[in-house]
Design a protein around this ligand. Structure first.
Ligand SMILES: [Zn+2]
Length: 81
């Protein structure tokens, strides 16, 4: 059984072996995205919102719990808008 993951950019058909560490992108697209972020005009958060990459996957249960806790905190903190 071969699980072949593909870059999430539709125009790009390169498979990525390490796609989980690459925010859903192949190495080439990831490096392009990283270059844009490095200019300071773009952030990973915006790229995620634009659907051009995935949120950074953590492998740490603590980080997952931390993110959840922060999200809950922010939801409670904002109240109704
Ligand atoms: Zn790609």
């Amino acid at each position: 059984m071969t699980i072949e993951k593909k870059c999430m950019i539709p125009e790009c058909n390169r498979p990525s072996a390490a796609i989980r560490e690459m925010r859903g992108l192949c190495m080439v697209c990831y490096n392009r995205a990283k270059a844009k972020v490095a200019t300071g005009d773009m952030t990973w958060e915006v790229l995620v919102e634009l659907g051009l990459c995935l949120p950074n996957k953590t492998t740490s249960p603590f980080d997952d719990a931390y993110s959840r806790a922060i999200d809950d905190l922010e939801l409670e903190g904002t109240g109704s808008d």
